[in-house]
Every structure is written in structure tokens, then in C-alpha cells.
Design a protein around this ligand. Sequence first.
Ligand code: PBG
Length: 332
Amino acid sequence: MMIGNYPATRLRRTRAASWSRALHRETALSPADLIWPLFVTAGSGVEEPIASLPGVARWSVDGIVARAREAVALGIPVVALFPNTPRELRSADGAEALNPDNLMCRAIRAIKDACGEALGVLTDVALDPYTSHGQDGLVDAAGYVINDETVAVLVDQAMNQAAAGADIIAPSDMMDGRIGAIRRALEMGGHVNVQIMSYAAKYASAFYGPFREAVGSGGLLKGDKKTYQMDPANAEEALREVALDLAEGADSVMVKPGLAYLDIVQRVKARFAVPVFAYQVSGEYAMIEAAAAAGAGERDALVLETLLAFKRAGASGVLTYHAAHAARLMGA
Ligand code: PBG
């Protein structure tokens, strides 16, 4: 790279006017970069605010359909669904995940009926919204999440979602081997165009607290998820996770959480040149809202700057609870 010397080269020259800043901007953010996570709850006409996620609510299926139509109007291409399973339907084996009429499947069908091809539906594969212990898989007597038995259930969960019309299956459980097992089942079941977005590099993070309140698993969970989610200290291991999931048939991969892991986004993009998505998780959303409420930053600017940072790092798109607000700020 040729770098000239001052004053022949003055990098402030191209920053001097807004037209020039627009011309030289390297990264662009658009509503099409966003995936909007939505929380589904039982009943009808229900909107339940989530205390630790100010501005985010759980919606019953009718409200979810209204949000889905809103997403289409705003140019957001995909919504991601998470159920708040009623307490009495949670069990040690998370069997409600396999019910073809569970909240998730009802929401998928209602959205696909209302929006068709205009909106993609991404569904989370993991058992935590369905288990009485709040872990993402089946546990043995010692409380350890058992891998292979869990994968078998996750395959059935994914097939249940695909049958209901899910467009993108997103396993967030971090079991070994689940991408290949789910891909094989989808192929054999005729769902050849159902995508898999793997939560490939998902860390055992302190940023998931508000999400666990939203899906009602927080109060149930004892201990942590460190025997399956990744150690925040590790980056090389993230590359191995991504390599395996791609080899097993993932169409795209995700890094989660987001802002604190932009180095992982960048390294995955540089190494594999595949679609990489980042999840700006619940605790990150809450931090931005808290900072804005405390007067420590301007909300809209914080939202757009953080989302742009994901794009700059190489992300194809971002899952964010700010999706609708951000799309509006972009003039959608
Ligand atoms: C569940 C799941 C979690 C999130 C997405 N899917 C929580 C967890 O692993 O405990 C977190 C999302 C967020 O915090 O916004 N497997």
C-alpha cells in the first residue's frame, strides 16, 4: 500500500463535506442486513413487556403475525422465533419441542400464511425453552448434558419446524455433530431447500440474561452451560467449530454474542469466505438501552453505529432486537 506524506496526503480532505463522506463510505447498512428475533407466547391478543429488555415484548401468535407484516413493510428479510413455553408444558425431556402444534409451529404456519415468500422464518433448535431444567439438551443423573441422545431429539425438533414451514433451521445448542444429523434428516425428508444457519461459535456468555427471562428459562436453569457453549477465551476453537459445521452442511454460520466477538466474525470471514451472521444478543441490547436511558449516549446513534460495526467486520447480517427501530432509522 502506498501512503503519501503530509501535506500532499491529508486524510481529512475526503472527510470535509458530507457528500464526500458519502462517496468514500466503505460499508453500508440496510434493512436487508437485519434479522429480527421475536418472542412468542400463548393466548391471543397478548403483549407482555420483558422487564430486562425495555421496548421488547412477547406476543401471542396474532401479534407475531402483525410484527411479521411490519418486518415485510420495513424491508427486513427474516424473523427469528423463540417460544415462551407455558410452564406446565415443560418437562425433563423437552418433549413439547416435538409437538406439531406447539407455539413455535403455530407461529411459523401463521407467518407463512400471512407473508409467504416475502419473509423468511428462522427457528431456533435447542431444548431450553421446553425443558424443566433450562438446559439446551437432555441431562444425565449428574446434570451433564448428554450429546448424542440430545442430537437425536434435536433432529426431530428440526424436522417438526421444517414440516411447519420453517425456512432456516438455526441450531443454537452447541452439541457436536448436530448439523450433519439435521442436514441428513432434512435431505431424506425432502426439505432440500430448507437452510441451516448454524450457531457455530456460540460462547458461554454473561450477555444472555434478558433472553432467559424472555423465554422463561432463567429461573429454571441451575448452573451454567459451560460444558457445551464455548469458553470466551478461545478463538482458534471457534474456527474449528465453523469448519466442522460447514463440512456437515451448514449454509451459513453465526457468531454469538456480537460486539465482544467481532474478532471472531472477522477471522471466520477471512478464513472461510462464507456467509457469517452475528447475534447482537439480549444483554447487548439491554446495555445500549441502559446507556441511552442514563444519558451516556444517544440511542439512535448507538444502535446504528454498533450495527454498522458488524458489517465492517465482515458480517452478512445481524440478529438484533433493534431491527425494526434500526430499519426505520434507515428510512425504511
Ligand atoms: C438458547 C438460546 C439462547 C440465546 C439464543 N438461543 C440463550 C442461551 O444459550 O442460554 C440467547 C439470545 C440472546 O441473549 O439474545 N439455546
